[in-house]
Ligand binder design. Structure first.
Ligand SMILES: [Mg+2]
Length: 273
């Protein structure tokens, strides 16, 4: 039996700096992982459109998980055969876990009277409003707006009303997830389910290899992924407390923020330095 590692990494606030979106501190570690043939699998709330550019910037040719686990994109040919349950589109084998975004937007429309002015959401926001809420550039904000599966909601009111709003959404069958800046509205999918599905796919296609999954994340929308991984790394965040996990063993919390903490932890766990 061979042993191998899969790295599932959140992007915003984890591999990318929360404020500047820079990943320069992680570059030497990304190179070492590539040399060792250890896949880094971006696992993010971001869209396919955003990932197209970010993968280029990061130099990654690996599968990736978008919109908080709503879909897994696997480059065609990454595995010998097309995995069961995937569709082929734009050079990717895609495993979808969510209904399309139009469905979730229709649920929000039902709550607009009861929660008038208390929230905004991407389909309703101009590029400028998305820029203001995220700190992204105009071009990046346009890509972020190209949702296929889930809808980010910007909460504008108090915490008590937010709980009523979350309850109302759950009654409609939605499973809202809190990210660093946005509430993400989608179906019964999360980063943890996607991690498990993809790890099982690696194991079924490489039957002689035992995979250890390492997940890294800084926010509430990373909890399912961190709990599901063999090793969980909570990346220190400048804006929120480390997420609370049910997993007890093999849980690490970095001392530094974002990509610095990302590099520190993987260097320690994988490269013993
Ligand atoms: Mg994050």
């Amino acid at each position: 039996m061979n042993n191998s590692i899969l790295v599932f990494s959140d992007l915003d606030g984890t591999l990318l700096d929360h404020h500047t979106y820079s990943f320069s501190a992680a570059v030497p570690t990304l190179s070492k992982l590539a040399e060792r043939d250890i896949p880094v699998i971006p696992t993010t709330s971001k869209t396919y459109s955003e990932l197209k550019q970010i993968r280029k910037d990061l130099g990654l040719h690996t599968p990736f998980i978008v919109e908080n686990g709503a879909a897994i994109f696997i480059p065609v040919g990454f595995f010998t055969n097309q995995p069961q349950g995937t569709i082929e589109k734009n050079g990717f084998w895609i495993k979808e876990f969510s209904k399309p975004v139009t469905y979730w937007r229709s649920l929000l429309d039902q709550l607009k009277t009861d929660f008038d002015g208390k929230f905004n959401h991407f389909a309703n926001m101009s590029t400028t409003e998305i820029v203001d809420a995220t700190g992204l550039s105009d071009a990046q904000a346009q890509l972020a707006g190209a949702r296929e599966y889930g809808e980010p909601i910007l909460w504008l009111s108090d915490q008590d009303t937010k709980i009523e709003f979350l309850n109302a959404l759950e009654k409609l069958g939605a499973k809202p997830l809190q990210g660093g800046r946005f509430l993400h509205l989608s179906g019964e999918c999360d980063k943890g389910k996607a991690l498990i599905w993809l790890t099982e796919l690696f194991e079924s296609t490489h039957s002689e290899t035992k995979y250890t999954s390492i997940a890294l994340g800084d926010g509430q929308n990373d909890v399912a992924m961190l709990n599901a991984a063999d090793i969980a790394v909570r990346i220190l965040s400048p804006v929120n407390e480390p997420p609370t996990l049910t997993k007890e063993n093999e849980v690490y919390t970095t001392k530094r923020f974002g990509p610095e903490g990302w590099a520190d932890s993987l260097n320690q766990i994988i490269f013993n330095c």
